[in-house]
Design a protein around this ligand. Sequence first.
Ligand code: RB5
Length: 150
Amino acid sequence: MSEQPLTIATASDHAGFDLRIALEAHLSAKGIRVVSMGTDVKERCDYPDYAEKVARAVVAGDAALGLLVCGTGVGMSMAANKVHGVRAAVVSDSFSARATRSHNDCNVLCLGERVVGVGLAQEIVDAFLSASFEGGRHQGRVQKMMDLEG
Ligand code: RB5
């Protein structure tokens, strides 16, 4: 039986459009299945609409992970975290990218096109994907965090 490729749902608003397209190509080149959820044009749009699409795809299990890009990554992370089951984190360095996956079991990575360049963003994505949740002492902390959802 052949192994299923990792599926990542991606989306951006207009301000994250170019970086998202570049990262989708980067992910595809690594053999990752990318489910692109827009925006399809660079016209101004509202980041919560796109954060919701990716957040719901991840929670539904249609994608293992999500990648969201806006101008700063901040709005996307705030919006995605409103969906129960999502642990979104905006990062701009590789160390945090690795740590948020291995310690926080982050399932939606958020980036800011106005914050990081394409090269650094690719490194951040690679660092995120190279890590996995460590469980152990982090398991209970993640559970406490999720219990805050009520
Ligand atoms: C759009 O101008 C910008 O506000 C948005 O992309 C994002 O940075 C919000 O957090």
